[in-house]
Design a protein around this ligand. Structure first.
Ligand code: PLP
Length: 400
């Protein structure tokens, strides 16, 4: 085994317990991430939580710096929040949508984002328009360009990599289109962070949401929002700004924080923040370019081998694919199959129709098995998973 892969695996206690192909759910944390959190929790237990927060000031600043570096941004542009959905919603709430305003999005945006657009439609009469897809999959920049011609468009919101397939949407091309049209641009980078190099300058986005636990390999329950200088200068702030995000300067007035902190809230999970910071540091050390290339290469190898098995339909579409492999297995409900694989020491997950109704209906599939390797996985693990699926599919066909 390559010395680097060996090192990455030695840094990752969970590697030795099972084959973890569920990085799109939550990646396995490196030991350093776990240690950063446990050390802080111990400090809180022994010295007091608020006192420990003071002691951790420099380490927290490093965490912001590492998350910022991962995105090609500055620490002043990073808001730390509970998860990617909260980050996305904080950004959405900065817009005063009114009846007739238009949100342009894609057919592959994340379920909770789509629900939020629909809620805005129901509550405020906002119109949701979805760009047409390219023949190869993913939003067509030309279609977005045409949709953005309408002066009522207030926002372009795009999910880079969806939850339920390996599709990679052309977020840089869409950023160019948004900038040319003068329309604010919000990117959901949740599944991309840690597997695809992200540079907010190239994306030209106003906001970018992400989470720690997936390909970034951080802990659960923490995420971040990148807020551009453009958005800060415009005076954008979240609807429900709290005492961390703003100063209450007089009975009827408040002043938002000068930086992205205005999108944060007061209660702050310090141990998780330190865990996310360490995950970002580790990702920078591995190199998102290098680690991501390997993860996507392993996924492509797996996809190729699964494609050759009868009874399996590979569902991923797109000219460029991420480290997420989705398949339909004849005679199997994906949740049941994922449970069975778990008993064989293989972690996967199931994507259900309800997670992505447009895409799943188009593919005519009720549930998909999702396998998402990372750079610390191995070719031998791929062989084992393919072998398990070969026997499972044979069993599925016998049973049906
Ligand atoms: C594309 C995408 N966006 C957003 C989210 C939501 O992330 P979180 O659970 O951290 O809010 C997910 C979670 O699976 C996702 O896949």
């Amino acid at each position: 085994m390559d010395a680097l892969v060996k090192q990455w695996r030695e840094d990752t206690p969970g590697c030795f317990n099972q084959i973890h192909f569920n990085n799109a759910g939550a990646g396995l944390m490196p030991r350093g991430v776990l240690d950063a959190m446990v050390v802080h929790l111990n400090r809180e237990a022994n010295l007091g939580a608020y006192e420990s927060a003071d002691d951790a000031e420099a380490a927290v600043a490093d965490a912001y710096a590492n998350v910022a570096k991962l995105l090609g941004a500055q620490p002043r542009n990073i808001a730390v929040v509970e998860n990617s959905t909260v980050a996305f919603f904080q950004a959405l709430s900065a817009f005063d949508f009114k009846r007739g305003d238009v949100i342009v999005t894609t057919r592959n945006d994340y379920i909770s984002n789509q629900l939020a657009y629909l809620s805005l439609a129901r509550r405020h009469g906002v119109e949701v328009r979805r760009a047409a897809d390219l023949a190869s999959g993913g939003a067509d920049p030309q279609s977005v360009k045409e949709l953005l011609r309408d002066p009522r468009v207030r926002l372009l919101a795009v999910t880079w990599v969806p939850t339920n397939s390996g599709l990679v949407q052309p977020v840089e091309a869409l950023g160019e289109v948004a900038e040319a049209a003068g329309v604010p641009y919000l990117v959901d980078g949740c599944q991309a962070v840690g597997q695809i190099p992200a540079d907010v300058t190239k994306l030209r986005c106003d906001f970018f949401s992400g989470t720690a636990r997936k390909f970034l390999r951080g802990p659960r329950g923490i995420g971040f929002l990148y807020v551009s200088d453009r958005a800060l200068k415009r005076g954008d702030f979240p609807l429900y700004i709290d005492m961390r995000g703003a100063d209450w300067v007089s009975a009827d007035d408040f002043a938002p924080a000068p930086d992205a902190r205005r999108f944060e809230n007061w209660e702050f999970a310090y141990s998780l923040v330190l865990g996310m910071g360490e995950a970002a540091r580790y990702a920078l050390d591995v190199g998102v370019e290098q680690g991501g290339r390997r993860a996507r290469h392993l996924a492509a190898t797996l996809r190729g081998k699964l494609n050759e098995l009868s009874g399996i339909r590979v569902l991923d579409r797109g000219s460029e694919l991420a480290a997420i492999v989705t398949i339909e297995v004849a005679g199997w409900d994906a949740t049941e199959l994922s449970k069975l694989l778990r008993t064989r020491g293989i972690n996967t997950s199931a994507s259900l129709r309800a997670y992505a109704v447009i895409d799943m209906d188009e593919k005519r599939v009720a549930s998909a098995l999702r396998l998402s390797p990372h750079y610390y996985n191995t070719e031998e693990e791929i062989e084992r998973v393919v072998e398990e699926l070969r026997t499972s599919t044979a069993r599925g066909r016998t049973a049906s």
